[in-house]
Design a protein around this ligand. Structure first.
Ligand code: FAD
Length: 409
């Protein structure tokens, strides 16, 4: 039997994880990663954190040329893909060339959502290394930086900009930063953090107009108008589904895949930001987190290598703002009826919020307490019952809960 060729379309987090996992699983066939960026896979989270703060590349690269060579992985950069031709078993590039492929993993990620007419030299989006480097050059002391959107990206950019000595204004129609993603308690704690650090928060007001001029960008809200030197637009992403659509794959909010990452076409998988996967716990959902992209890629690699695998983990992510680490687990599945329990003090930036349903943990979000979420992950995986009292009581070691089978009454 000839060895199969795996082609990954898009050379980002999924591609790097899939290549590593395929080789670890003993997959011996050719592996080709095809990306449209001029460089190989890198840590995208660095773009709004380490790279934006310092311009350094410590820990930036996910795969080195030496690793690719040693593991017989071919990395093709500057190579936009047009479509997958499943009928001929090939991936067609925009330059008209074709790469033979028995198995394709579609991993084209996403692109920043843009506002019509909000463009020009002073407007920024942060998705690629080039975007981050261009923005960093503008983050100088005293320069006024506007950030549109107070979600993960916006609040990280605000922190990095402040670190460069810039004046920072964040605009969001929500009254609390990150509340939609992490709940109001964590959101309020982080809003307080940014306020104390000196970010000018213009929250809870809708933006009625943005005027981009040569001297600055004017942002108009119900509360008046603000002129900034640069405007960073951080209002989310859209999945890059163009290749999927041209290839005839089923696409909704992302490429539709089952729990094993299979698309509607045989031998074509999709993972990462572009994929709307059918998660055993949460149903169909598209998630934009590194850990999820990596786990989906690893599950696909295992399946391709002959051990069918399902990505069933509770979704996990982190964000770093200033020197504060924040993490979330299972937040995709939280319902308004779940019981919220707090351990420690969120307002003092040292605590964890847990969500309980029917005596079981379903999610958590921590500030400077990543270790709580490590235990929470195991409690969820093992389905161990816990009580609100135990979680809230700081004298109870969370790890001890892993050894209990029943909650004491
Ligand atoms: C600034 C920033 C900070 C982030 N911080 C965090 C964080 O702190 N924690 C966290 O969990 N997540 C974070 N994320 C999200 C995380 O980076 C993504 O979830 C992750 O990159 C998804 O991996 P992926 O492989 O699906 O997509 P990507 O890593 O985006 O890779 C997709 C690649 O496909 C390429 N591509 C697109 N179309 C084509 C085509 N037609 N042909 C060839 N190539 C193509 C793209 O250019 C890109 O290189 C952050 C994202 C950004 C942008």
């Amino acid at each position: 039997m000839t060895e199969q060729t795996v082609v990954v379309v898009g050379a980002g987090h999924v591609a790097a994880s899939a290549a590593r996992a395929l080789r670890r699983r003993g997959f011996a066939g050719p592996v080709v990663l095809v990306g449209d960026e001029p460089v190989g896979p890198y840590q995208r989270p660095h773009l709004s954190k380490e790279r934006l703060a310092t311009g350094g590349d410590d820990g930036l690269w996910l795969l080195t040329p030496a690793w690719c060579e040693a593991n017989d992985v071919i990395l093709r950069t500057n190579s936009p893909v047009d479509r997958i031709a499943a009928d001929t078993g090939s991936v067609l590039l925009a330059d008209g060339s074709a790469i033979p492929a028995d198995v394709v993993v579609l991993a084209t990620g996403g692109r920043p959502r843009r506002l019509p007419g909000v463009e020009g030299e002073r407007v920024h989006h942060v998705r690629t290394l080039a975007d981050s480097d261009r923005l960093r050059e503008r983050l100088t002391a005293g320069r006024r930086i506007g950030v549109l959107g107070g979600g993960f990206l916006g609040s990280e950019v605000a922190a990095a900009a402040l670190g460069h000595g810039a004046e920072v204004v964040v605009f969001d129609r929500d009254p609390v930063l990150l509340a939609r993603a992490m709940g109001v308690d964590i959101g309020a704690a982080l809003t307080g953090l940014h306020q104390r650090r000196g970010v000018d928060l213009r929250l809870g007001r809708a933006i009625s107009e943005i005027r981009c001029g040569t001297d600055g960008v004017v942002v108009v809200t119900e509360g008046g108008s603000q002129t900034v030197d640069e405007l960073v637009v951080c209002i989310g992403i859209e999945p890059n589904t163009d290749v999927a659509v041209r290839s005839g794959l089923a696409v909704g909010n992302g490429v539709q895949v089952d729990a094993q990452g299979r698309t509607s076409l045989p031998n074509v998988y999709a993972a990462g930001d572009v994929a709307a996967h059918d998660h055993p716990l949460y149903g169909r959902v598209r998630v934009e987190h590194v850990d999820v992209a990596q786990r989906q890629a690893a599950a696909i690699a295992a399946t391709v290598a002959g051990r069918p695998s399902t990505c069933r983990d509770a979704h996990w992510f982190w964000t770093d703002q200033y020197d504060i680490n924040v993490q979330g687990l299972g937040l995709t599945g939280i319902r308004p009826t779940d019981t919220l329990v707090t351990r420690g003090s969120l307002a003092e930036l040292d605590g964890t919020a847990f969500w309980l349903r029917d005596g079981h943990l379903v999610g958590g979000a921590s500030i400077e307490r990543g270790e709580d979420l490590s235990v929470a992950r195991e409690l969820i995986d093992l389905g161990i019952p816990v009580s609100a009292e135990q979680l809230a009581d700081e004298s109870v070691e969370l790890e001890d809960l892993l050894d209990q089978e029943e909650v004491p009454v």
